[in-house]
Design a protein around this ligand. Structure first.
Ligand code: ADP
Ligand code: MG
Length: 326
């Protein structure tokens, strides 16, 4: 059962400078099914549209970002619904309780002039009623304890916590109402190795204990290998490969995926890692055909002319590449 589904979504940043219009095709025709209960990874180099895709999944699409085409579906209480059919306020109520978002650089999300407890109060106050609302503090304390975090952080100001602890507190805040889906954007980037490990363990624990779905965006393929159960590889605003993580690593089908895996450091291997030659294309003027073809060592003339569709080549494993035969 899919908890979130995207159908051919195009979401572009439309900018106007001195009367000149620029369209950045950050999410350029993405169809995606997020099965309930997975830790679903989204990988790809910086600038390929990962963060924008997460905003689409959150259905937080504000100018200059525009939903140009496509549908966003949520399965709420067993019923699949088009987000555009939600009534006023419905989406707001689903935030934190159905879907939570941990934005990129979210260590700075906690209000710097408020104690952590006041931020918890704000979130809980707006969603709880009656008796539960009166017990908000014990709820917060209990939740932190469950996650193995010291409840004393509630009395702290964000700047008094380490970067790693701040990130874990942000994750605790995002999960206190037990959302069905957690969207996390690069939650370990900018943390040292020890803090990274603590954040990953926390996400694993939440997944195990709350039985939720996590969509995890990171450019770090090592983290995908460790944590995610399914993954999608993005390139220039599109998904170029998607499948079970073990299978993507064991037998990657897209040349771009192979490059990403090959550029991972390996224990004991001191040879220099081969990066991917060239740069991703500009999302303002994409090359014709397959967007990866200018960098692809195997590209043929067809790749430069026709765009390959994303097709299922094995059960649950999709790829968009002319070189892969079905
Ligand atoms: P990623 O998370 O993979 O690094 P993003 O989704 O952040 O990619 O960005 C995709 C493209 O959209 C980039 O070209 C980026 O410059 C552009 N972009 C992102 N946010 C904005 C914004 N608020 N306004 C204009 N362009 C943006
Ligand atoms: Mg990003």
């Amino acid at each position: 059962m899919n908890i979130m589904t995207l159908k051919n979504v195009k979401a572009f940043y439309v900018l106007e400078y001195w009367g000149e219009k620029r369209t950045i095709r950050a999410v350029n025709g993405v169809s995606l099914e997020v099965p309930e209960g997975e830790i679903f990874g989204i990988a790809g180099e910086s600038g390929c549209g990962k963060s924008t895709l997460l905003k689409v999944l959150l259905s937080s699409i504000e100018p200059p970002l525009r939903l140009v085409e496509g549908k966003i579906l949520y399965r709420v209480n067993g019923e699949e619904r088009d987000v555009s059919s939600f009534k006023e306020g419905e989406l707001r109520r689903l935030r934190w309780s159905f879907v939570s978002y941990i934005p990129q650089g979210s260590m700075h999300v906690l209000n710097p002039v408020k104690r952590v407890r006041d931020t918890f109060l704000e979130v809980l106050e707006s969603h709880l009623k009656g008796e539960e609302r009166r017990k908000w503090l014990s709820l917060a304390v209990e939740h932190l304890k469950e996650l193995g975090l010291p409840p004393e952080v509630l009395t702290a100001f964000p700047h008094q916590l380490s970067g790693g602890m701040r990130q874990r507190v942000t994750i605790a805040l995002a999960t206190v109402l037990r959302p069905r889906v957690i969207l996390a954007d690069e939650p370990t980037t900018a943390l040292d190795v020890v803090a990274q490990r603590a954040v990953l363990q926390l996400l694993k624990r939440i997944h195990r204990e709350q039985g939720c779905t996590i969509v995890l965006v990171t450019h770090d393929m090592g983290i995908h290998a460790q944590l995610t159960t399914r993954m999608a590889i993005m390139y220039a605003g599109k998904i170029v490969e998607e499948g079970p993580t073990w299978e993507v690593f064991k037998s990657p089908l897209h040349p771009y995926t192979r490059h990403l895996i090959q550029s991972l450091p390996r224990i004991g291997d001191k040879s220099p890692r081969r990066g991917i030659p060239g740069n991703p294309p500009s999302l303002v003027s994409l090359p014709p055909g397959c967007a990866f073809h200018p960098r692809c060592p195997h590209a043929s003339s067809r790749c430069a002319e026709e765009e390959p569709p994303l097709v299922e080549v094995r059960e649950g494993h999709r790829v968009s590449c002319w070189l892969v035969r079905v």
